[in-house]
Design a protein around this ligand. Sequence first.
Ligand SMILES: Cc1cc2nc3c(=O)[nH]c(=O)nc-3n(C[C@H](O)[C@H](O)[C@H](O)COP(=O)(O)OP(=O)(O)OC[C@H]3O[C@@H](n4cnc5c(N)ncnc54)[C@H](O)[C@@H]3O)c2cc1C
Ligand code: FES
Length: 262
Amino acid sequence: MKKESESVKHYSTAIVAAKQVVNDRYCKLALEATLVAARARPGQFVMLYLPSQYGPMLPRPFSIFAVERDKGSITLLFETRGRGTALAAGLDAGQDLKLLGPLGSYFPEPQPGALLLAGGLGIAPLAFLAKSTTVPITLVYAVQKADHLACQPEDLSRPGLKLLLATEDGSAGFKGSAINLLSNQLEQASALYSCGPRKMLSKAASAAAKAGVQCFISLEERMACGVGACLGCAVKTGQGYKRVCSDGPVFQAGEVILNGKT
Ligand SMILES: Cc1cc2nc3c(=O)[nH]c(=O)nc-3n(C[C@H](O)[C@H](O)[C@H](O)COP(=O)(O)OP(=O)(O)OC[C@H]3O[C@@H](n4cnc5c(N)ncnc54)[C@H](O)[C@@H]3O)c2cc1C
Ligand code: FES
C-alpha cells in the first residue's frame, strides 16, 4: 500500500482554528497545521496530544476528514467516547496542541466508477478521499439511524459524486444493510474502498472478492505510539502480523485476516 517515507514523521504544533459541535455525539475540529495540510493524503491520520490537567496521556489517533491546503488547515471529525475525545471536544478556538502526522498509508487514487463504502465514523477518511478527486464515483454512507449521521449530505456533495445513504431502521435513505445496497453495483465498480466496523469490512471484502473487484480497507485499532514502535496495533495478515499505524491503516483487503480468512 502507498506510504510516505519512514523518515517523514513531523511533530508540530497546531492551533484550533474552529470547533463545530455537530450534535451531542459528534464534533468537528479545524486545526491550523500547515505541514500536515501540505502533505496529508486521504486515509492518513494524525496523533493528537491532548492537554490534560491530570498529567501526560497517550496521544489519540484521528483520520483526516478534510484539508484546506491554501489555509494550511485540516479538519477532524470525531465522536466523543472517553477521556481523550472529551478533551478534544473541550478545546476552543485559539488553543494550541501538539500533533504528529500525517501518518500511515493512504488510499490509491480512485478511478472513474469507484465505490466508496463508509460505515459510521468511517466517513472521515472516505469524505477526504471523495473530495480529493473529480472523477465520477459513488459514496455509500451507512449508519444505524439518521441521528447517527456525523455529516450531512450537503457537506459531502460535489459534482460527479453520487451519494447513497443507508440506515438500518430506514430513517434516512435505503433501509437495510449497505452491503445489500452495494451488491448490484459492485460488478461494474473499478474498485471498492471501505472504512468502518470490522464486520462490515469483512462482508465488503467478501462481496468484492466474489465480484472480482479490487478492495482497499482502512482499519482502526487502539494505538499507543502511532509510529510502529510499540506493536500495540498489530493485526494478523497472510504474512504474519502487521502494524495498523505504520503498515496501514489502509490495506488491500485480501492481505488482512478480518474474519478468520484473508
Ligand atoms: C487510524 C485511526 C483513525 C481514527 N479516526 C477516527 C476518526 O476520524 N473519528 C473518530 O471519532 N475516531 C477515530 N478513531 C478512533 C479514536 O482514536 C478513538 O475513539 C479515541 O482514541 C478514543 O479515545 P478516548 O480517550 O476518548 O476513549 P477511551 O477512553 O480510550 O475509550 C473509550 C471507548 O472507546 C473505545 N475505543 C477507543 N479507541 C478505539 C478505537 N481505535 N477503535 C474502536 N474503539 C475504540 C474503547 O474501547 C472504549 O470503549 C480512529 C482510530 C484510528 C486507529
Ligand atoms: S501504535 Fe505503536 S506500533 Fe502501532
